[in-house]
Design a protein around this ligand. Structure first.
Ligand SMILES: Nc1ncnc2c1ncn2[C@@H]1O[C@H](COP(=O)(O)OP(=O)(O)OP(=O)(O)O)[C@@H](O)[C@H]1O
Ligand SMILES: [Mg+2]
Length: 437
């Protein structure tokens, strides 16, 4: 292989004519495609794409470029050779291509490494092409992160549709950037403190009452049970999202979600035990994509989560520490607050769950001292109400119990922080017996 090839810029709209196009084509999208915004070959989205075609096989490369000629306005660069090694990939990526076509036939093993290396950066959509539609190669390309697999000769319409999908997938920084949604995480001072009960009902209340796009993510691996509380049976789980790595984008995420009747979207924990260690990079990627799509992202962290390495430590809008007025819970809370929240950590709100005044001789003063500050929220102990929710799989937040009213107050306060994702508070939709009135 030669060093990073000399290339020449090829203004597609001014060059190859539409008449040279082939008649047969196959395209296999590596993931389900978003709806086509604009399948017209002459107007792919509002902005033009910058495209690289890396193809030592001249005939195939010319065929690809010629098909791209039907998609006017894009800037295409041809590379008649692969980079000399993977060390050259950063130089290629510096050009900020939206789409990179890679010939898989000239040196399949190197081409696969190239696909993987380009995809790892996540900034460009990779489209692999090969004359021999080899199933094994197709699967390996998909695993490496390629989003489309095309076979020459290329049809203009097929190419145009693939480019529309690539345009829709462009990183948000290249599209009109919208403000990231709120990140509202619940963590327990001890197992069984009530994190899932509160996180699920809070999320339902927020989705219902604020009319904001709200997502609940169950990160309490491996045994999270938020879906059970909501009476929903998801097909996919948060593990699918975390394992998707760089393939995770808004389209992929949307396919993993299940919708609750309250309009809350849920990314559940797996229905069966899965041994999986989530790294903070994968968690951050998931939260980033989720926050681009949702006004509110509510997370059940369970009681064992160390968020210090993840974006939660810097970017969480609020972390709700769920505790109870027992000695072990208060002792844990004290240690957690000292560890994570004493030196300008994320915004903390303490939720004292199952609260009964003066229970077990523990006074308000004792509690405040242990917590180093007063608790913002006190949720009463109401086992019959919670049990009813579990038996009927109907969220508490939709009932009129004292717990439900308090949870709606919490949701109301959270919605108020952004004025309903940019909408003035007065426009927030109000329904039923809302406390928000
Ligand atoms: N305010 C409450 N009043 C009465 N019972 C409650 C209350 N909150 C939670 N519970 C009960 O406490 C138990 C534990 O609640 P939950 O599952 O929400 O805790 P968790 O912190 O998510 O536990 P885990 O650490 O297992 O994930 C459940 O049986 C639930 O019904
Ligand atoms: Mg739980």
């Amino acid at each position: 292989m030669s060093s990073l090839p000399t290339h020449y810029e090829y203004e597609v709209s001014a060059q190859a004519g539409h008449g040279q196009l082939a008649t047969r084509n196959d395209v296999l999208a590596a993931s389900a495609s978003p709806a086509l915004v604009n399948p017209c070959p002459d107007g792919i989205g509002a902005e033009a794409l910058s495209i690289a075609v890396i193809g030592p096989n001249e005939k195939q490369r010319v065929s690809a470029v010629s098909a791209l000629a039907g998609c006017a306005g894009n800037q295409v660069r041809e590379f008649p050779a692969y980079p000399s090694g993977l060390d050259d990939v950063p130089r290629l990526l510096e050009q900020h291509y939206d789409v990179i076509f890679i010939d898989m036939d000239s040196d399949p093993e190197f081409a696969l490494e190239l696909v993987e290396s380009v995809c790892a950066d996540g900034s460009a959509t990779v489209m692999a092409y090969s004359e021999t539609l080899d199933r094994d190669m197709l699967i390996r390309c998909m695993r490496a992160g390629a989003r489309e697999f095309l076979t020459p000769p290329f049809e203009r319409e097929v190419m145009a549709e693939a480019l529309v999908r690539a345009a829709a997938r462009r990183p948000v920084t290249k599209n009109t950037k919208k403000a990231a949604g709120q990140l509202l995480a619940f963590m327990g001072a001890k197992g069984g403190a009530g994190v899932t009960t509160l996180a699920t009902n809070f999320a339902v209340a927020l989705a219902q009452e604020s009319n904001q796009r709200t997502l609940l993510i169950d990160l309490d691996l491996p045994l999270g049970d938020a879906a059970l509380n909501l009476g929903i049976v998801p097909e996919f789980s948060v593990v699918d999202a975390l394992q998707a790595d760089i393939r995770l984008d808004a389209t992929f995420l949307s396919q993993l979600l299940i919708q609750h009747t309250s309009r809350l979207s849920v990314l559940a924990a797996p229905g069966r035990f899965v041994q999986f260690e989530a790294g903070s990079e994968a968690i951050d990627r998931l939260l980033n994509v989720a926050r681009q799509e949702f006004d509110n992202v509510v997370v059940d962290l369970g009681a064992r989560f160390d968020f210090s390495g993840s974006m939660l430590s810097k970017e969480a809008t609020t972390i709700f520490l769920v505790t109870q007025a027992g000695i072990p819970e208060l002792r844990n809370s004290n240690r957690l607050i000292a560890q994570f929240f004493s030196n300008g950590g994320p915004k903390l709100e303490i939720v004292l769950n199952r609260y009964e005044s003066q229970a077990m001789g523990i006074t308000e003063a004792h509690i405040t001292k242990a917590l180093t500050r007063p608790a913002q929220w006190k949720i009463p102990n109401d086992y019959p109400a919670v049990r009813k929710m579990q038996v009927n799989a109907t969220p508490l937040a939709l009932s009129n119990s004292p717990i439900a009213r308090l949870i709606r107050q919490m949701a109301h306060a959270a919605a108020g922080k952004t004025g309903a994702a940019g909408k003035p508070q007065a426009q927030v939709k109000k329904k039923g017996f809302s406390l928000f009135k």
